[in-house]
Ligand binder design. Sequence first.
Ligand SMILES: [Zn+2]
Ligand SMILES: [Zn+2]
Length: 370
Amino acid sequence: MTQRSSQFDFADHSHRRYNPLTDSWVLVSPHRAKRPWLGQEESPSKPNAPEYDAACYLCPGNLRAFGDFNPSYSSTFIFTNDFPAVKAKQPEINSTDSPTSLKSRLLKTQSVEGQCFVICFSPKHNLTIPLMTFEALIKVVGAWTDLYRWLEKEAAMENKPYKYLQIFENKGTAMGCSNLHPHGQAWCLSTVPSEVEQEFRAFKKYLHQHSSHLMGDYITLELQERERIVLENETFLVVVPYWAVWPFETLVVSKPHLTSLVEFSDAQRKDLALIIKQLTVKYDNLFETSFPYSMGLHQAPLNANMKERANSWFHMHFYPPLLRSATVRKFLVGFELFGEPQRDLTAEQAAHRLRCLDSGVHYSQRSSTS
Ligand SMILES: [Zn+2]
Ligand SMILES: [Zn+2]
């Protein structure tokens, strides 16, 4: 019979962790991570796609859905999504329902307009972010920044109803991305999307209660504890957040109080490009596979006023689904759909594994004799 331990052990006993960004909880069951894995282990995969694919609608010079041809681009290339999620202009919703009616109370609607963009990171079909050069990645960060700046100008000068720019990347079929060509998206909307709105609400409440920014205080704490740090440079810190849901989820956060890409200096843009490269190399090296993830940037609303700026803090989330190997992924099902998210591996264990991995040499570029 096992003896009941009298001391609480975070690496062994089940517990819940609070996510102050979303005001939600995650169930952590670290004892389950110790159970033996009897599933299939796949051999490491090496990328073997061609540099150019004639059938790819993102490759340079190729034909897109409505007859446009991509230019023969040589670095980052942005175009308007041929199948945008929102329209640039549409009629207003004219509701005749009384504001006190049940319908007004329960069936709420908001109009949303905007513009959606596709950002090809590289002209090369078979390159992913971890395989791109540092110089090419600086151009990606530059393209995000230029887009943000251009949309701010459009909103101010052309009176476009743009409020928020959500930049993101879905990488790999496990995250629902059908095209291998390295690309991300940017959706510019007339409203702040709810995930972001929730964070802004949390920041505002925290600022009111503690007279400091939640993110700033969280960075201070992580730099003291150092248990969940994966990478850091002068401008950025990468941690597996205390409340992570996905097994190897990370948060990339600016150490100084930067609110949006347009505030970055050249050196800070380089620091971001470098840390993204290092993090994604580690991710690929973890299971020696092209590691799938959804990645997104959270920053200030477009043309933010002083208060909105003070309340924003630049950061990025990486949500990768893989759990134990290149083929074993985590699903948010069952208890997680009906109760709350659950994880086996603790954030500290995940951070330790990521921290120990090489961030410089990609597994596919290692010499086969080593
Ligand atoms: Zn392509
Ligand atoms: Zn966020």
